[in-house]
Write a protein that binds this ligand. Sequence first.
Ligand code: NAD
Length: 727
Amino acid sequence: MADFTYALDADGVATITWDVAAKSMNVMSTDGFQLLSDLVDQGLADAACKGIIITSAKKDFAGGMDLNVIAEMRKGGAEAIFDGVMMMHNVLRKIERAGMDPKTKKGGKPIVAALPGTALGIGLELPLSCHRIIAADNPKAKIGLPEIMVGIFPGAGGTTRLARKLGAMMAAPFLLEGKLSDPKAAKAAGLIDEVVPAEELLTRAKEWVLSAKEADLVKPWDEKGFKMPGGAPYHPAGFMTFVGASAMVNGKTQGVFPAAKALLAAVYEGALVPFDTALKIEARHFTSVLLNPSSSSMIRSLFINKEALEKGANRPKVEDQSVKKLGVLGAGMMGAGIAYVAANAGIEVVLIDATQEASDRGKAHAESILDKGMKRGKVTAEKKAETLARISATIDYAALKGVDLIVEAVFEDPKVKAEVTKKAEAAAPGVIYATNTSTLPITALSAASSASENFIGIHFFSPVDKMMLVEIIRGKETGEKAVAKALDFVRQIRKTPIVVNDARFFYANRCIIPYINEGIRMVAEGVEPALVENAARLVGMPLGPLQLVDETSIDLGVKIAKATKAAMGADYPDGAVDDVLFWMADQGRMGRKANAGFYAYSDRGERLGLWDGLATKYPTDKMQLSLSDVQHRLLMAQVLEAVRALEEGVLTDIREGDVGAILGWGFAPWSGGPFSWLDIIGAPRAVEICRGLTAQFGPRFQAPNLLREMAEKGETFYTRFASQKAA
Ligand code: NAD
């Protein structure tokens, strides 16, 4: 079946209906675009056709471009990309001009986009080229241009049209942040023109086509004397906008996201020239972004592979294990968060702590999250009541009868954990039992279980309601059913899972701890703390290592250091780090929670700047390291750990390594993750960097054998491991 079909009714209104076969959501392909173009030509040429409605037969309008098209375009190089983009511009421009005389602007036919639901990416760029956009009042629908989230920008005229429609300032949240809106909010923001009850969508579209005047078809930018809303760059108001936008983008992205820079350049340069030239400028910048390896890596990790993991790429073939009733042990920070996300997803929850007061406090945490949602208009009173009603807060283990999954989040103490495991399993025999431990080996904890095949790690990140990654850990004896159960639970609560094998700190913490330690080690060596923090931000890390340890707390760092040292004995490599960490703890500078850490804080908890008292104990050297040395140290500290995790079989899939790194600890998202970053720079260059760092800073930077072998063979991670998992 063709992606688009054409039908002309008795009143002379043609409807072009988008309906891609065998897909629940329309996506645009090259052939689809050609067909759309032909059908528009047909309507414009047909004397009986008075105007055209473009709509969808599905509940949504469209999810965006078929990413395979982008991959294909990329293969052809710059010219193929530019030509492909200009082809799209020409088709959309034809829709916009709709057959009118270019001089008099008369004689065009009205074309309206009627959106039944979600309209994203090209699914909004196409409507933006139409003369009117009418959406069904479907509060679940999302309307917007999310391209920037995967490292590209709207390149089918969306950038140029929206900047001219709303002005650069008002368009900024949609273009630069990929903000999505429901139809009513989209109307209020000026993205679309009308919202009507769903059942009236096509009637209203037809009515508009039949009543449209010639003037309704001329876009403001095609009128003589058009001025950019908010001012063009050399207008005093526009000057302020563009200077501000440039500062904002660089402040937020530190200049590491090529797409954000290119987008801003396309808007700025486009605003100085006529519309059709602006489209060419947009196409040129889009081409450069598509050719940048950052965009392909981001699309691969944040779109294709993230979705594959969410859909169960690594799920054992076991029947559906959806959770109906969940037990949560420990109603502290993590347990309360887990209870909330589960109840929010419609799962019944029994929340148990040692005292009724503590259990109730856990439930109250869920209530406070829901209250915040209500304040922002995202949660209704009914939704709040329903969600809370699903959580029973108790101290009675007998209430666990009938639960099919338990997640334990009590104190990080093996004795306490063993005790609750026994009690809970006695109350719910045969249950799949998960621990949320962040540091204790799963296999050792499973010794307390009467059925270690049912014992697994489900490691959430804090705060549970915001962090999207969940790390599932297989113990030595964990069975397939337990893995499937954990994965199905993560799918129910709409988070992204990775599945790793049991080893110290699993995957995420294993990589993030060396990052923090490398930052602290540099402080001990006399590197300017500001250089450490800025180097991290300038390479795309959301938080510098010193800010990160302040957030997670110095005493947790001390605790982990002590436990690691006890476990590793003479091999423990982080003495220099501990000197600083323990000294900070002695000064009572426990981090953000104490309003004092590597940073100074105001009484109200605002971060003020790096604490100058640090220099009294750790004076900074006159000669400082180069920015790139600091950046390489911080990146390699994480990346080499990821490679070792793969080498040792803790990670079994590089896709999980990349997706987990970005979602779990914010690893430089522009790179697509640690393995993608290594592929971008190439294994030979990575080995060379390691050699330099090892010579200067010590053996922890020695390239793992796997990396060295790949450098010799000229392999990349995504080629070497592609046959293992289609990535
Ligand atoms: P927390 O101290 O906030 O909560 C622990 C809760 O367990 C407390 O409410 C306590 O009363 C309860 N508890 C203790 N003994 C109990 C028992 N015998 N029976 C029932 N309840 C009992 O700690 P948290 O930060 O929520 O951490 C809980 C677990 O999650 C730990 O294993 C921790 O390592 C892990 N974890 C924490 C984080 C984090 O960022 N805090 C992240 C991931 C995993």
